[in-house]
Design a protein around this ligand. Structure first.
Ligand SMILES: [Zn+2]
Length: 130
């Protein structure tokens, strides 16, 4: 729980630092491999946005597909989060490093790959009135 609140705090500070005070919609992209409870994050964001005197209408938290890159052959591939079983998802959520136990490079079979996208927050965007 503390994790989502710390994240929400960082997001709100980031928005403030951009000089943004109001917007129609806040879009936050989170990596599918990150252990984020989206409901808690949304709740925390709403509370903090209010506390900081910002006016942001909707909050949309979007899950980003992980992008992996093989260090051995350079191949890049995406994981479709919906293709991951619940067990695998949970285990990776709790320990992202456990991804190496479940996946390997589809081209050369190496388990020496990096997570290019799919962890942390990759985008924070405030959309204006249209
Ligand atoms: Zn490879």
């Amino acid at each position: 729980m503390v994790h989502e609140w710390a994240l929400a705090e960082a997001i709100v500070l980031y928005i403030e630092n951009q000089g943004v005070k109001r917007g129609r919609r806040l879009v936050v992209k989170t990596g599918a491999l990150q252990s984020i409870d989206r409901e808690v994050l949304e709740f925390a964001l709403r509370m903090l946005i209010k506390e900081h005197g910002l006016e942001l209408g909707e909050i949309e938290i979007v899950e980003e597909e992980p992008l992996l890159k093989c260090r051995n052959c350079g191949y890049e591939w995406r994981l479709d989060p919906s293709s991951m079983s619940q067990d695998v998802r949970e285990s990776i959520h709790f320990l992202p490093e456990s991804i190496y136990a479940y996946y390997r490079c589809p081209r050369c079979g190496s388990i020496d790959f990096e997570i290019v996208k799919g962890r942390g927050i990759s985008e924070i965007r405030v959309e204006d009135h249209d």
